[in-house]
Design a protein around this ligand. Structure first.
Ligand code: DHB
Ligand code: MG
Length: 222
């Protein structure tokens, strides 16, 4: 009986295939000892396609890690686009910078080093972002979602990673602060009038998890 890992391997091989640039980025990231918590390739390509479907030219990412998803976004926005990506750990940001250079997309990516809550207010007043991907410390999900709405516009796409966490999100009494953060993020997407949202469970090489997908709406509209 095939397993979910077998399916992930099949889908990844057929739909993504070998990509030396991305493979090198992952190898550099793993060699540097970063945790292997980057989005799975099938998930990364989903985000990439979503960016293209939305026609997004300005993408905001909260949580760069080693820049794996950042490369996918940078490719999706094209030569005229911009990806602003926020990373709290200077060592990760350095590694991401090297990975983006090697991928040939560094001129369309701005890495901002610092905690999201400190960096995001400084982005206010710029052109709105077309797509926001939140994949950082789960405890701050609601802070990041609030900024996603503020820095977006009606129609901006918002994606929140890790909202299922092996099913634990359904446990209201969980002591796990990351799971609590996931629950609060989903609850905000369901109740805050600035969003219209859904979420999907996913099963890939990282296991059972999920992503929430939202659009920013005009909260004042009837
Ligand atoms: C964790 C964070 C992630 O962004 C992810 O995709 C998986 C796990 C974590 O911190 O546990
Ligand atoms: Mg994640």
């Amino acid at each position: 009986m095939p397993t979910p890992d077998d399916v992930d391997a099949f889908l990844t091989t057929v739909l993504i295939g070998d990509d030396p640039t991305l493979d090198a980025a992952l190898r550099a990231q793993h060699d540097a000892g970063l945790p292997a918590i980057e989005v799975a390739p099938v998930n990364a390509k989903f985000l990439h396609l979503l960016t293209r479907i939305a026609g997004a030219r300005r993408v905001l990412e909260v949580g760069t890690l080693g820049g794996y998803s950042t490369i996918w976004f940078a490719r999706a926005v094209g030569a005229g686009g911009v990806v602003v990506t926020i990373e709290a750990e200077p060592v990760n940001a350095e590694l991401a910078r090297a990975n983006l250079e090697r991928a040939g997309v560094s001129e369309r990516v701005e890495i901002r080093v610092g905690r999201g809550a400190d960096v995001l207010p400084g982005l206010d007043g710029g052109e709105p972002f077309d797509l926001v991907f939140i994949d950082a410390d789960k405890e701050s999900n609601t802070v990041y979602l609030d900024w996603a709405a503020r820095l977006g516009r009606p129609g901006t796409v918002v994606v929140l990673d890790n909202v299922v966490r092996a099913g634990e999100v359904a446990d209201a009494d969980t002591p796990d602060t990351k799971v609590q953060g996931a629950r609060r993020g989903v609850e905000m997407l369901g109740t805050d009038p600035r969003f219209d949202a859904t979420a999907l469970q996913t099963l890939d090489r990282k296991g059972w998890d999920g992503i929430a997908l939202a659009i920013v709406v005009d909260a004042a509209a009837p």
